[in-house]
Design a protein around this ligand. Sequence first.
Ligand SMILES: Nc1ncnc2c1ncn2[C@@H]1O[C@H](COP(=O)(O)OP(=O)(O)OP(=O)(O)O)[C@@H](O)[C@H]1O
Ligand SMILES: [Mg+2]
Length: 368
Amino acid sequence: MTDPLPSGPGNLALSRKEDFKTFAQAPRRSRPELLTRAQKEALSDDARAEYDQDLRHWHANLGPIRTPQLAELHEDLWDIVDSNLQDGDRVKGAVAVDAFPGLGKTTSVLAFAGEYHRREIAEKGELTAAGHERWPVCRVGLTGNTGMKDLNRAILEFFGHPGRSRGTTAQFGKRALDCVLSCETRLLILDDLHFLKWRQSSGVEVSNHLKWIANEFPVTLLMVGVGLADKGLFSEGEAGGEAALAQTGRRTTRLGMRPFAIDTETGRREWRKMLLALEQRVVLADKYTGMLADDLSDYLFARSTGHIGSLMTLIARGCQRAVRTGEERLSRESLDRVKNDEAAEQARRELEAAMERGRLTSRPGQAA
Ligand SMILES: Nc1ncnc2c1ncn2[C@@H]1O[C@H](COP(=O)(O)OP(=O)(O)OP(=O)(O)O)[C@@H](O)[C@H]1O
Ligand SMILES: [Mg+2]
């Protein structure tokens, strides 16, 4: 298959199966060669423009890095998905990845989904025994104000089902089930589930719908979202709690994702290891070993508070700027000029104060 997109999977919303396949099967982006300043200057104008463009794409897509958080999540997911291989009449366990924004839920889950897709296709082939295309993964991203009907329709959209424009919630649901059955889908991912309309009825309707999916669809249901516990997804038998919710709770394994933390030596080592991995990927003529992991460790922690999303934004923007201005390295001064998300900016001040007083460090072997 030829890739119609010169920049790789950059502009895929992953809401259709073909996009998902492109994402899952795309070769890893290859890192542009690291040129010295002299080599860069020796390039012709055209070659230089092309190189700069490669760098922009590269720095905007640094990842995913195999962080401990990502690795742990993948281990748990493999355990659950592979133990759901029981016969069709047994209800399969569902998973909820529930954590704050910007901790890498979507990134990690998609990386897993891609691996799962490749493994299933490699083992079982592109077509099912009945001759249908095999789609091991269906992935739906919810947007604001999604109701049950929209959810069902989104599944049909993913499969490109011709009956996706007209019908009732129940009809859409039935067609979605047909797709999942004929394509032998085994993993159904509902991302940003918190966008689902939970209504005043304390989520019973939602819960029933998810239960219906879990019961009828021969899939592992993988829900991703923020504050799913608060929405009552797992609540069970509390005062006034609904028995229907308890059913979902019992069958759902909740997985979290944590930010990096520097209050233990293990935590500081993880932070450093991640910075070293990131450093490897940065393509700047004047970068040096320890640029991030030694010289900017505390600074980067303060600015991201250990949230990978904030860190990656900062590094990506910093690299764009360093290439554009010809500074060709990352430093405190250059990064100070880069804006980051508001949540990270607010948390930064307190952390920096503690670090300046020498009470806190992000670097292993240096605890005060
Ligand atoms: N393992 C990783 N390696 C590199 N970058 C990562 C990694 N995990 C997350 N990121 C980056 O962090 C940013 C936020 O990640 P992501 O969108 O996966 O978070 P999320 O938990 O799904 O957030 P939200 O709740 O807002 O949907 C992304 O831009 C992504 O590129
Ligand atoms: Mg997300």
